[in-house]
Design a protein around this ligand. Structure first.
Ligand code: 13P
Length: 249
């Protein structure tokens, strides 16, 4: 059985006070509703320790970014090893904002995935196509290429990898993929995983949707058989909307 996951990517938002309040509110929602699936949040790194100290065991915490070396002269960076030691359990790799604004290339992404897995962290690997690529009809090809990056991972390593499909044209735009569009991509991704690895990996890898996911559209998206949850940006910054999305799965 693959995991159902709802993850909130807070990006570079909230002050520390707001972050603690939101974290507590989400924890309370998860505890009160006996939520059975995994709920994760990815706060700005500097808040991770304070949130972990709040000891709200119903939510797991991940980091939005890290360096693939364990230590060394990398001014301004934190490593997967340091995050793991802190108590962090997940990381994001390959988010389109990191690929485009911070010029992260395939080789960097693969190094990061490997470093995370070696340090016992679970990974949400993000992929997505641009609007131009969608309009040119090459979106399956583009996502296929991005998933191919995982092909050197072992079957065992794949147990700790989830994949988020985040069409770039849907991120922060309010223009979400229609459930049929998201569903056909998730079906494709699962088939692709089977062709790269095997049926077991394809069946057991959680595939999430991200991109303007909201309380209004979450139910229809999560009803698709190959969508196992969501990676939520804007709507994860308010306990009420994130709570509704958590309940929609
Ligand atoms: P939005 O939900 O704000 O579109 O962001 C999605 C995202 O980038 C999550 O990683």
């Amino acid at each position: 059985m693959r995991k159902k996951i709802i993850a909130g990517n807070w990006k570079m938002n909230l002050n520390v006070h707001e972050a603690k309040i939101l974290f507590k509110e989400i924890s309370d929602i998860v505890a009160k509703n006996n939520v059975a699936h995994e709920v994760l949040v990815f706060p700005p790194s500097i808040y991770i320790e304070s949130l972990l100290k709040m000891n709200q065991s119903t939510i797991e915490i991940g980091a939005q970014n890290f360096h693939y070396q364990n230590k060394g002269a990398f001014t301004g960076e934190v490593s997967a090893m340091q995050l793991k030691q802190l108590g962090c359990e997940w990381v994001l790799v390959g988010h389109s904002e990191r690929r485009t604004m911070f010029h992260e290339r395939d080789a960097d992404l693969l190094n990061k995935i490997k470093a995370a897995l070696e340090n016992g962290l679970e990974v949400i690997y993000c992929c997505g196509e641009t609007l131009n690529e969608r309009e040119a009809g090459i979106y399956f090809e583009k996502i296929g290429e991005q998933i191919e990056l995982l092909k050197t991972l072992s079957l065992n390593e794949m147990k700790n990898v989830a994949i988020a499909y985040e069409p770039i044209w849907a991120i922060g735009t309010g223009k979400t993929a229609r459930p049929t569009e998201a569903a056909e991509m998730h079906d494709f991704m699962r088939t692709k995983l089977e062709s790269i690895f095997n049926l077991e990996v394809a069946d057991s890898t959680s595939l999430l949707y991200g991109g303007s996911c909201s309380p209004q559209n979450a139910k229809d998206l999560f009803a698709c058989s190959n969508i196992d949850g969501g990676l939520i940006g804007g709507a994860s910054l308010k306990a009420e909307s994130f709570g509704e999305i958590i309940a929609a799965i």
